[in-house]
Design a protein. Structure first.
Length: 360
């Protein structure tokens, strides 16, 4: 059993970074001086919300204001680029032009994001699909999931009818997206939804900002944006970053810990993140594009580790929809490491993940 093997490798508990725990903290900056000459490296921590999710940061730097700059970057990325809900965003403009029959020019970044996301859509056989907007809007799982527990459930949440799902499905399908150096064209009614990759894109943008704006002035960082986490550089004592993998069953503090050295992106997709319950059934936010219903592939969560945030995030969603067998193949095709926690509590993982993950 993998679990048994992993337990033997269990690292000491002291010093484990449980990012989930930071979620409840107020925005703050704790400072620890750890180096003497020149500007001292200090440890800054901050927690807040951006992109509709919890953001937790630990940054080792000789400069002030890094964590604030990260928050500004996230707000701008959401408002100007990624969110279909923000009228002035680039995604909203793309969706607004659907059916116009003309090329809508794209920013260089959006062009690059969409190239990657369409490739994941194709490689996953459509399990990941950037054009799920009509389905996600119909289900409104974000809205229902945001209700207090006692108000959620069958009285409040309205399940879409089969005919509505069918109608929405007809407006989806990544094969319908036309992307060229001239820009993009979507068919009438199609709506992009970059929600499955947005937090990973944010990790990539934070990484680029840290490198460009700070260089060696930021020596290390662990920044989590909802289900995606960036590790960067190293800690002053050179010990590895320890990143908790949530227990999707909610029965223990965490399912295990990833031990990471240097720059990585870690994304988790789970059915416990956003959902509502009706008729005793859980309706979560990761949709199977083949059916228009929440994916039911025998997994409760998938964690993907690779260098790129857009890929770790898109792949974790794709792997969740595909399930263990096909998902492992997809992760391996991208050279990414993946950990699946199945509905029966068992683990499945890529070979490389076995050296990173330690179950608890
Ligand atoms: P994640 O938590 O990263 O797995 O992303 C889930 C979000 O991505 C949902 O809230 C939807 O906005 C969107 N989404 C749901 N199902 C899919 C899918 N099969 N492919 C692409 N995006 C999806
Ligand atoms: Mg994702």
């Amino acid at each position: 059993m993998q679990k048994g093997k992993d337990q033997k490798r269990k690292a000491g508990k002291a010093g484990h970074v449980c990012l989930c725990r930071l979620a409840g903290m107020l925005l703050c900056a704790g400072i620890l001086t750890i180096s003497g000459c020149k500007a001292p490296v200090q440890r800054f921590t901050a927690a807040g919300t951006a992109m509709g999710t919890v953001v937790s940061q630990t940054v080792y730097t000789s400069e002030e204001g890094v964590t604030e700059q990260v928050m500004q970057l996230l707000t701008k990325l959401e408002q100007d680029t990624l969110s279909w809900r923000e009228e002035a965003s680039e995604v909203a403009a793309i969706n607004g032009a659907a059916g116009s029959g003309t090329w809508l020019p794209l920013s260089e970044k959006m062009q690059a994001y969409l190239e990657v996301l369409l490739s994941v859509s194709e490689e996953s056989g459509g399990a990941f699909d950037v054009t799920m907007g009509a389905i996600t809007r119909l289900w409104q799982i974000d809205t229902w999931a945001a209700l207090p527990a006692e108000e959620a459930g069958q009285e409040k949440a309205v399940l879409p009818k089969q005919a509505e799902i069918q109608e929405a499905l007809e407006k989806t399908g990544y094969e319908g997206v036309r992307l060229s150096p001239e820009g993009i064209q979507l068919p009438e009614g199609m709506r992009l939804d970059l929600g499955a990759a947005g937090k990973g894109i944010a990790c990539d943008e934070i990484l680029a900002m840290l490198e460009q704006n700070y260089g060696t002035a930021v020596s290390g960082a662990v920044i989590s944006v909802g289900g995606s986490i960036l590790t960067y550089g190293e800690k002053p004592d050179q010990t590895p970053f320890l990143v908790a993998v949530a227990d999707p069953f909610g029965t223990k503090e965490r399912a295990g810990v990833l031990t990471l050295q240097g720059q990585w992106c870690v994304s988790t997709s789970g059915d416990y993140e956003r959902y509502f319950e009706a008729d005793g059934k859980r309706y979560h936010h990761i949709m199977d594009p083949a059916t228009g219903y929440p994916a039911d592939s025998g997994v409760r969560s998938v964690t993907v580790v690779c260098k790129s945030g857009i890929l770790s995030d898109a792949l974790s969603t794709a792997c969740f929809v595909l399930g263990t067998e096909k998902g492992l193949g997809l992760a391996e095709a991208y050279g990414a490491e993946a950990l699946f926690i199945r509905t029966d509590g068992s683990f499945a993982m890529t070979e490389g993940m076995k050296t990173l993950f330690c179950a608890e």
